[in-house]
Each structure stands twice: as C-alpha cells, then as structure tokens.
Design a protein around this ligand. Structure first.
Ligand SMILES: NC(=O)c1ccc[n+]([C@@H]2O[C@H](COP(=O)([O-])OP(=O)(O)OC[C@H]3O[C@@H](n4cnc5c(N)ncnc54)[C@H](OP(=O)(O)O)[C@@H]3O)[C@@H](O)[C@H]2O)c1
Length: 348
C-alpha cells in the first residue's frame, strides 16, 4: 500500500515532536508537511525546533521547510498539536478548506458534532462526523483526542461502567512535558509541587470524561451520568501523568472482578490490530509500589495505561492509582490511533 501523506500543525512543539517520532516508521502515514508559527516559518525543521526526545530526529523530517499554519500546501490529513490559543481559528480554516484535522487541542472537543475519541472506548462516536459538515458549515472534519489526564481517567473508568459507576474523584500528579516546551520555569518546578494547572484542566477532567464515556444515540452523545471531582497538580516528572482515583460503584463488585475487567478490556484497535494499538490497553500491576512514571509510563510504546493499588475506599467504594504517558497515549499516539481507526473504517 502507498503511504498516506500527512501534515503536522504545531510540529515544533512537544506534541508535534512526538508525532514526528511516532510517525518515523509508520506503515500507513508519511510526514510530508509541517506547519508552525511565524517564528518557525521558512526555516528547516531541524533549525526551527528544539528537539527534546531521546529518539533521533529523522533526517527526512529534519530537512522539511516549516510552512505557515495555512492549508494551501498541506495534505488532506493533518494532525494538530497547536497551542490552544491559536488552534480554534487555524483548525477551522483547515476544516473550511476540506482537510481532515485530527487534533490534540481543547478548542473543539466539547462541540456536539466533534468526536472526542478513545478508539478502545468510544470508536462508535465517529458516527458524529455524518452531521458535522452541515452543523459546522465546513466540508472538512475535525476529530479530537481527550486532554492528557482525562484520557487516563476515562480509560480507567470505562471498564467500570458495567458495575454502576456513579461517582469518581481524582487528584493528578502531572508531568512537566504536559506544559509544552519550555513549559514551567525550572525555578518553579524543581523540588516542588504546583497545586494548579491553568487552562481549565480540572473542568476538562470533569466534563470530557462524561462525554467520552457517553453513548451515541440518534446522532448525538448522551453524556455518562458519573459525577467527577478533580484536583490537578504539576510535579517534577518528565513524562507520565499519574492519578489517584476513588470511585463509587453501585453493584459493589469483588476487587478481583474489577482487576479482571481492566486486564481483559479490549476494543476495535486490538481486534483489527491497528499499527499503534497496544496488545493490552490497560495493565494492572499487583506490586504495592506501582505504577511509577519512571518505570511504567512507556509500557507498550507509551500506549498502555497502567493501574495499581486497588483497595477499599472508606468514603466511596474503591480507590486506585492510574498512570499514562501524556504525550503518547495522552496526545500524539492517541491522535495517530484515531486516524488509524478512521482509515480502518474507510473515513480517510
Ligand atoms: N504536552 C502534552 O502532554 C499535551 C497533551 C495533550 C494535549 N496537548 C495539547 O496539544 C497542544 C500542543 O501542546 P504542546 O505541549 O506541544 O505545546 P508547545 O510545546 O508549546 O507547542 C505549541 C506549538 O504551537 C505552535 N504555535 C504557537 N503559536 C502559533 C501560531 N500563532 N501560529 C501557528 N503555530 C503556533 C508552536 O510553533 P512555534 O514553535 O513556531 O512557536 C508549536 O509548534 C496544546 O493545545 C496542548 O494543550 C498537550
């Protein structure tokens, strides 16, 4: 099969770099175009970008000339890792030019006809795309992946819906790569914890998760009824968002049934063996000191959510710790899996 040409908006940022690393040897997609701000426009990618990943910058991408963030020369399929302050307008212009945008930014996630997708959890939400063109007045399409902490929470909660999931609380410990580059000043984050993340992070966890876990009915999403309370903090960790989570489950299941629900959880990406699909999307570890970002964030290429420490909660019913790689499962890897699902369903 000939590879499909793809573009990356915001290619010079943390998420943009992760797109380039993950697509370097992708069997279906080939990076043909990169776009960023006026600061980068006209430079070779290698000069425009402060490459911060341990994987080498692929030569082919290093030599690409960074284009303006306008659709003229962009291919049909464009991944977006744009700063949210500009993503709204730019992604709209790309959709108006007929492009398919697979976005990481928050701007369109809660729009009624925009899928907020985790392929293992709610792949059927792609059904919203039928109505998107007319509702939004553009010939293209926008598909989004969740906030990087919401994706960890939603994956951990998805297998618990069968037990009557009614309430959840989460306190996160989020990595510095989640704030982009250069991100939080070293003076502020070293040996410290910052108990606030701007941009409505807590609200995103509380609202996006309900949409993700909701059901597609008559062309619209019925949000899941779970009530969520979130506190988000930034910690001096490179990669990996950790969440300390408590849940109320109406059916009061056995702990073994919960662990089994997590370990056996699978979806279309696993059944169809999509290129970026982890063999097991959720892995439960029994060791009392896991999961840890340094040891577990990179599990199965960073696409697996690792859970541990399931125990009784004296306030709700159960509590546990969940961890996911924020720039892979929480961003670029998630978007690539979304595009793979679209291709598998004949939507590209
Ligand atoms: N980091 C994570 O873990 C994570 C996870 C999920 C979602 N997200 C979301 O993904 C997006 C990117 O995050 P990030 O961490 O990669 O941020 P980042 O490192 O700050 O990168 C931002 C990118 O946006 C580009 N940009 C900024 N202003 C622009 C403009 N006026 N016109 C065109 N391009 C412009 C930058 O280009 P220049 O280099 O030219 O300035 C850069 O490529 C954000 O919306 C973020 O909320 C991030």
């Amino acid at each position: 099969m000939n590879p499909i040409d793809v573009g990356i908006l915001g290619a010079t940022g943390m998420v943009g770099q992760q797109f380039i690393a993950l697509l370097a040897k992708h069997p279906w997609f080939r990076v043909k175009w990169v776009g960023a701000s006026q600061r980068s426009e006209g430079k070779d990618y290698r000069d425009a970008c402060a490459w911060r990943l341990p994987a080498p910058l692929p030569d082919r991408t290093a030599a690409l000339r960074v284009d303006a963030a306008v659709p003229d020369r962009a291919p049909q399929l464009v991944f977006s890792g744009l700063d949210s302050s500009v993503a709204g307008e730019i992604e709209q212009a790309f959709a108006q030019s007929g492009r398919i945008i697979v976005s990481n930014s928050r701007n369109y996630r809660m729009v009624k006809t925009v899928p907020l997708l985790i392929p293992e959890v709610n792949g059927d939400h792609l059904g919203l795309l039928d109505a998107q063109g007319t509702a939004q007045g553009w010939p293209g399409r926008i598909i989004t992946n969740p906030n990087c902490a919401a994706i960890v929470l939603a994956m951990a909660l998805a297998p618990l819906r069968q037990f009557g999931l009614s309430k959840a609380t989460i306190t996160t410990l989020q990595a510095i790569s989640g704030a982009g580059y250069p991100g939080v000043a070293s003076w502020d984050i070293l040996a410290n914890v910052i108990p606030h993340i701007g941009g409505g992070e807590e609200e995103k966890l509380e609202t996006e998760t309900r949409k993700i876990l909701g059901r597609l009915r008559n062309g619209a999403i019925d949000d899941h009824s779970v009530v969520i309370s979130a506190t988000t903090t930034r910690v001096p960790v490179h990669n990996g968002h950790t969440g300390s989570i408590s849940v109320a489950l109406e059916q009061k299941p056995d702990p073994d049934a919960i662990i089994d629900a997590w370990n056996s959880f699978k979806g279309v990406p696993q059944l169809k063996e999509l290129p970026s699909a982890p063999a097991q999307p959720i892995v439960y570890l029994h060791e009392p000191n896991r999961p840890q970002p340094a040891l577990d964030a990179g599990r199965d290429g960073g696409m697996t959510v690792t859970i541990g420490r399931l125990r009784a909660c004296p306030v709700l019913d159960f509590k546990f710790v969940a961890l996911g790689h924020n720039t892979i499962r929480g961003a670029a890897g998630a978007a690539i899996l979304n595009a793979e699902l679209m291709k598998e369903q004949g939507l590209l």
